[in-house]
Write a protein that binds this ligand. Structure first.
Ligand code: TMP
Length: 198
């Protein structure tokens, strides 16, 4: 079963995923992330830091996804493991739909078409939602270029639209709740779905 955790920067999703590794330890999950599960992540980090060309950056995120699928996600699923990824394809659909605006006629349509032939669609996606002002105050001074409040607002709207279009797959998580409550809720939901999938 493939579980992904999504949300804007500052939504607490990385803390949640780290906590899930412990809370689901008995299921022996593969806990992974995008970007950065393979060497391609280094190129992505450099591209984010240089903030040069949105299309180059997007293609590097997609290359990172391809390597992630090949080396981590598909092998994990083939071994019957629960794979939990901190960010995945929906991050492209939410963030790059913003960064590619004006560069392509239909960024989201293009992103989905590029992914469709080779991606693995998650079974379950948790979307961590919180007010953008709260996310911005949680972020440290050393910001990445996606972390402007106006960008995050648009990205969160994109995530919410993706969730509304696929309510079977998405579960919305109130990221304002205490971290241990969020973790317990998400872990219970993963167990419930994993049990049903068996
Ligand atoms: P991270 O903070 O979760 O490590 O992600 C790094 C940044 O990259 C974050 O601002 C979100 C952004 N991002 C995209 O823009 N597109 C993507 O496909 C992914 C995976 C991340």
């Amino acid at each position: 079963m493939l579980v992904t955790v999504e949300g804007i920067d500052g939504s607490g999703k990385s803390t949640l995923v780290k906590g899930l590794a412990g809370a689901l330890a008995d299921l022996d999950p593969v806990v992974t992330r995008e970007p950065g599960a393979t060497w391609v992540g280094e190129a992505v980090r450099r591209s984010i830091a240089e903030n040069d060309d949105p299309m180059t950056e997007c293609l590097l995120f997609i290359a990172d996804h391809a390597a992630h699928l090949r080396h981590v996600v598909r092998p994990g699923l083939a071994a019957g493991r629960v794979v939990v990824s901190d960010r995945y394809s929906d991050s492209r659909y939410a963030y790059q739909a913003v960064t590619l605006k004006g560069l392509l006629p239909d960024p989201l349509g293009w992103l989905k078409a590029v992914h469709a032939p080779f991606t693995v669609v998650p079974d379950l996606t948790f979307l961590c939602v919180l007010p953008v002002e709260e996310a911005v105050t949680r972020l440290k001074a050393n910001r990445e270029h996606f972390e402007e409040a106006s960008v995050l607002e648009e990205v969160q709207q994109n995530f919410l639209a993706l969730a509304a279009a696929d309510p079977e797959r998405f579960v919305l998580v109130d990221a304002m709740l205490p971290a241990d409550e969020v973790r317990a809720f998400v872990a219970a939901e993963v167990r419930r779905r994993a049990g049903a999938a068996r």
